[in-house]
Design a protein around this ligand. Structure first.
Ligand code: TYD
Length: 339
């Protein structure tokens, strides 16, 4: 039986990953350590609640006692636990980002080093650590790190902790860096779920800075299958970029049009806004040659993925309405004001 500790497994990518792992590996025991902050929702894994191979532990990756009690005999640790929203990292205090994304990663690694030094550790990272990438560059895993926001700077710090433990404690550690994910269970502060759910309710779509920015949109299932492959076949000490490499690249404005088409809503919902994201990066892109050489490629094309995502949010109004009627409203009003 393989024992896997997943941190932040009640969040968007973590919950999709746990579902995949649970279905792909019959002989696996999954422990999900999640603090259940605003973006973590146990309902994201309601379908696994009765499984004998899945257990949720509510706790903080910064808490050495909790972490030590869980890493005793683990085979894999996958670290998704993170503060992730760029806008919150610039408009609110970023201390939580640094504490969770850097110090929390350190606590996991240090506890693992003492309890299970042979375990495999995967640090789930972001392409945002490469910063704003001028066209037509596609940074590979050796590219210089130039994070722009307190969020991406904290993720770069987490990556560095992971790689430092690999080197100094000879641990089996890998880092992945994915492009922007989208799909079911994404908290509606991020572009796709925000625009989709606002569109359903005929609310404005706050498109920042002319909508010319480019992200490389990756369907979450494709990301999760890459992570599983890295865990199975990746090499210790290595970094793996994971991205869809859209060709041609899709600016936010065009993505917004796709969302409008898929929801059947008019372009008049678009509300151009300036200045809400200081230091807004123009383009993210990565080279994915290394993960493709391991045998991975994305299987969901963007138009299809947007349609699937819209269909999911259409079906799961219960899921996102519960979020949007809670503490989310305070953030929304503070950040977007009167649109
Ligand atoms: P986001 O979903 O926050 O992801 P990230 O910042 O991690 O890339 O933002 C994706 C892009 O969408 C980014 O260029 C900012 C833009 N954006 C908007 O135009 N309006 C919004 O309300 C949000 C949240 C993002």
């Amino acid at each position: 039986m393989r024992k896997v500790l997943v941190t932040g497994g009640c969040g968007f990518i973590g919950s999709n990953f746990i579902r995949l792992l649970h279905s792909e590996e019959a002989d696996v025991e999954i422990i999900n350590l999640d603090m259940l902050t605003y973006a973590g929702n146990p309902k994201n894994l309601a379908d696994l609640e009765d499984s004998s191979r899945y257990k949720l532990v509510r706790g903080d990756i910064r808490d050495t006692n909790v972490v030590e009690s869980l890493v005793g005999d683990v085979d894999w640790v996958v670290n998704f636990a993170a503060e992730t929203h760029v806008d919150r990292s610039t408009s609110e205090k970023a201390g939580e980002f640094i504490e969770t994304n850097v110090y929390g990663t350190y606590v996991l690694l240090d506890s693992l080093r003492r309890a299970s030094p042979k375990a495999r550790f995967l640090q789930v990272g972001t392409d945002e650590v490469y910063g704003d990438v001028p066209y037509p560059e596609f940074p590979d895993e050796t590219a210089r790190l130039e994070p722009s926001s307190p969020y991406s700077a904290s993720k770069a710090g987490g990556d560095m902790q992971a790689l430092a433990f690999q080197r100094t404690a000879d641990m089996d550690v890998m880092v992945s860096r994915c492009t922007n994910n989208y799909g079911p269970y994404q908290y509606p502060e991020k572009l796709l779920p925000l625009f989709i759910t606002n569109a359903f309710d005929d609310e404005p779509l706050p498109l920042y800075d002319g909508g010319t920015q480019i992200r490389d949109w990756l369907f979450v299932d494709d990301h999760c299958s890459a992570l599983l492959l890295i865990l199975r076949e990746g090499k210790s000490g290595e970094i793996y970029n994971v991205g869809a490499n859209q060709d041609p690249e899709v600016p936010n404005g065009e993505l917004t049009q796709m969302i409008l088409r898929a929801t059947g809503k008019p372009a008049s919902l678009i509300r151009p806004v300036e200045g809400l994201r200081p230091g807004h990066d123009q383009r993210y892109a990565v080279s994915t040659e290394k993960i493709r050489a391991l045998g991975w490629s994305p299987s969901v094309d963007l138009e299809e993925g947007v349609e699937k995502t819209v269909a999911w949010y259409r079906d799961r109004r219960d899921w996102w309405e519960a979020i949007k009627s809670g503490a989310y409203r305070e953030y929304y009003q503070k950040h977007y004001g009167k649109l």
